[in-house]
Design a protein around this ligand. Structure first.
Ligand SMILES: *Cc1c(COP(=O)(O)O)cnc(C)c1O
Length: 397
């Protein structure tokens, strides 16, 4: 059983803050500052360039990839860390398309995160020859899987509403028409159980700064199924994905398996923070997290619906069909969220009218949920959102 009192004690959160935004940027693990500081000194200070070997920096994308693999049901040696999620989605999609050269359609849904769709469009334009992105409503994906589809590219949990796709069922359906799958796990990893090998997924990518708590700008990861690992094309042929990077061979030759998905020099300071964040996950059973996340979300929804008739649930009502976030529509959602933040309850806003709350059991419990509902109810009852200061949009929402 996961000890949630212990997990809560592993994070540094400011006093008086109820943090319901760990789905966007997780809080700082207590161990992170020292771990990052250790890379600065003694490692960088004393080892200088020798740190790449002596401190293990060069292998961190792969050693941390293996730690992540263990958490997402991936085979060891088939996950590598680096770059941003947009880049990892691009690489996965490019590799998947190259394995279906006779087909031209990338299928996705209209709820997908814009960056994933932008990357797909850009890649399709670069490839030319009629390669194109087709998006359908999330509930129409299974039906849209025809034998024209090369790759089904989806995000399991919708960033806006928390609606969750069935990864195993859609992967099986894609395989029936010989399409390949690319799953984005941005709002899954650390939020819901993920079992890539069991679901027979072809490619996946995910984020470490959201539910995993590895810090702002922490790198993404990519998974390539063992059956594709030696055939996967690497659209971004960086030197660190070369079979012998230090041979400085002018001819590119991909490294074995997923190591070929490395691109350039890894962000070692960020990787150190990720290493510290993963130490917490070593003590956590994701099934316990899931059960508690559902209990907290149900409590939050019930509380909000009882006290705030102005808000309308945007997330699926069935908890099995949601990730670990709850969203509500409210016409003045942006201002209401600013009013909440001013009172110490941090969630976020997604255009056009969504107030989004992440329920993250590692450091949130019933008391925080109840207090957040109380404060939100006050804001609604007294129209505290109706304040010009709360209506000025910041550059990051
Ligand atoms: C958060 C998120 C991203 C972010 O990509 P970055 O390149 O890391 O900024 C991409 N896709 C989805 C689905 C996300 O939720």
């Amino acid at each position: 059983m996961t000890d949630f009192a212990w997990t809560r004690d592993q994070f540094l959160l400011p006093d008086g803050v109820i943090y319901l935004d760990g789905n966007s940027l997780g809080p700082m693990p207590k161990a992170a500052p020292d771990r990052v500081a250790r890379v600065l000194q003694p490692e960088w200070r004393d080892m200088l360039i020798g740190g790449w070997v002596k401190a293990g920096w060069h292998m961190m994308p792969e050693t941390l990839g293996d730690r992540i693999a263990a958490l997402i049901g991936a085979e060891p040696g088939h996950v590598v860390v680096g770059d941003t999620l947009s880049i990892k989605v691009y690489q996965a999609l490019a590799a998947a398309l190259a394995l279906r050269p006779e087909r031209r359609v990338i299928l996705s849904d209209t709820g997908n995160f814009p960056s994933d769709l932008y990357m797909a469009e850009g890649l399709a334009r670069t490839l030319g020859h009629g390669t194109r992105l087709v998006t359908v409503a999330p509930e129409d994906v299974a039906e849209a899987l025809t034998d024209e589809v090369a790759v089904l590219m989806l995000t399991e949990v919708d960033y806006r509403t928390g609606r969750r796709h069935d990864v195993a069922a859609l992967t099986a359906r894609a395989h029936e028409v010989s399409a390949l799958t690319v799953w984005d796990l941005a709002h899954s990893f650390g939020a819901v159980p993920v079992d890539l090998a069991a679901a027979n997924v072809d490619f996946a990518a995910g984020c470490t700064y959201k539910y995993i708590n590895a810090g702002p700008g922490a790198p993404a990861f990519i998974y390539v199924a063992p059956r594709h690992a030696e055939k996967a094309d690497t659209a971004l042929q960086g030197w660190q994905g070369h079979d012998a990077p230090f041979a400085f061979d002018p001819a590119y030759r991909p490294a074995s398996k997923v190591a070929r998905m490395r691109v350039g020099t890894p962000p070692v300071l960020q990787l150190a923070a990720l290493d510290a964040a993963l130490d917490v996950w070593d003590q956590v059973d994701i099934h316990d997290v899931r059960a508690r996340s559902i209990a907290l979300s149900e409590r939050f929804i019930a509380g909000v619906e009882e006290t705030c008739p102005q808000l309308r649930l945007a997330s699926p009502r069935d908890p099995e069909r949601r990730g670990s976030q709850v969203s509500f529509h409210f016409e003045h959602g942006y201002a209401a969220m600013q009013a909440l933040i001013a009172r110490g309850v941090v969630g976020d806003f997604r255009a056009p009218d969504i107030m989004r709350f992440g329920l993250t059991p590692l450091y949130i419990g019933e008391a925080e949920v109840d207090r957040a509902v109380e404060i939100l109810a006050e804001i609604m009852k007294d129209r505290l959102w109706d304040n010009p200061d709360y209506k000025v949009k910041a550059i990051v929402t």
